[in-house]
Design a protein around this ligand. Structure first.
Ligand code: NAP
Length: 288
């Protein structure tokens, strides 16, 4: 049976996770937010349970991941609680959607507390393992990260991460508190954030890319694949999604992937990528 452990492990603060995790955003609908058709509830629950069975112990989520009738946090709670002790749930705060699903005004630093509490309620936890501050228009991350650091001191949050940050914002956040991960958009066809990935490696903190599988399609389904991805997939009898994941994992031991899917078959395929190894020549061809 394939296992996410085949990709090895890395740390998120004091937690150890397998390097192939799971992103919960796609559990709520055929497209994120209110754009698609809400997913079948039993299928989404089956995806989460199968993920854990296959060794996934790092699940990425947010209170603002919801469609008309499904909430990622509620699905995680229903599928996985009582939570296994080795399961690390990473949430993010910053963006806000109102009950209609429209993007609402983002809170200032003081408002992050309420969003952390919302995640606690929905997940049914007393403490969130890791909370990422997802940046918006305000380039000054320091006060937001400081607000999360206060919640760490109070015991509501285990560790702080940052998302969608530049190198300067990462350093500004680190000047305020310990940062255990960076979650930025990065994929084989959208790999302009290599400097942040490398800096995380130097610091020994996790770099957690999103849109690894979807790539340039972002919130859509994966589109036409680059020629090199198709070639390597054929050589290895693998799928393009698996090649994308294996390429990303090979960039550094500190790189953790969180592919999102609402399909058990895709989940199993993605977890099997944990054991896929690319040759140096294939890596070079894909990176070019
Ligand atoms: N920090 C941020 O700002 C931010 C932004 C976006 C996302 N995220 C996080 O990152 C996670 C990953 O992003 P994502 O879920 O949008 O993108 P993704 O994992 O790169 O790709 C998901 C898309 O690929 C499809 N897919 C997944 N596995 C597949 C496979 N084996 N074969 C073919 N198609 C496959 C999914 O459709 P199916 O459902 O049909 O499989 C979906 O359309 C999210 O779940 C979320 O937790 C964070």
């Amino acid at each position: 049976m394939p296992s996410s452990a085949d990709a090895g492990t890395w740390r998120l603060g004091d937690r150890t996770v397998t390097r192939l995790g799971f992103g919960a955003m796609r559990l709520t609908g055929t497209r994120p937010f209110h754009a698609g058709v809400p997913r079948d509830r039993d299928t989404s629950i089956a995806v989460l349970r199968r993920a854990v069975e296959l060794g996934v112990d790092h699940v990425d989520t947010a209170a603002f991941y919801f469609s008309r009738t499904r909430s990622a946090n509620e699905l995680i709670n229903a599928a996985l609680s009582p939570y296994p002790g080795d399961l690390t749930i990473v949430t993010k705060v910053g963006p806000v959607r109102d009950v209609h699903g429209d993007w609402a005004e983002r809170p200032g630093p003081d408002g992050l507390r309420g969003h952390v509490e919302e995640n606690l309620r929905q997940l049914g936890r007393d403490r969130l393992d890791v909370v990422n501050f997802r940046t918006g228009d305000d380039p000054d991350v320091a006060p937001y990260v400081a607000a999360l650091a206060e919640l760490v001191a109070e015991g509501l949050v285990g560790h702080v991460g940052v998302s969608a940050v530049t190198l300067d914002q990462l350093e500004a956040a680190r000047a305020v508190t310990e940062v255990v991960c960076v979650q930025n958009r990065f994929s084989i066809d959208s790999a302009d954030d290599l400097a942040v990935l490398r800096r995380c490696g130097e610091l020994g903190i996790a770099f957690v890319p999103f849109f690894t599988v979807a790539g340039r399609a972002r919130q859509g389904a994966p589109g036409e694949e680059p020629e090199a991805v198709l070639e390597v997939a054929a050589e290895l009898d693998a799928t393009p999604a698996q090649v994308r994941l294996a390429w990303t994992l090979a960039l550094g031991e500190h790189v953790l992937v969180i592919p999102g899917t609402g399909s058990v078959a895709h989940l199993e395929e993605n977890v099997a990528a944990a054991g896929l190894r690319l040759s140096a020549e294939q890596m070079a061809r894909l990176s070019a």
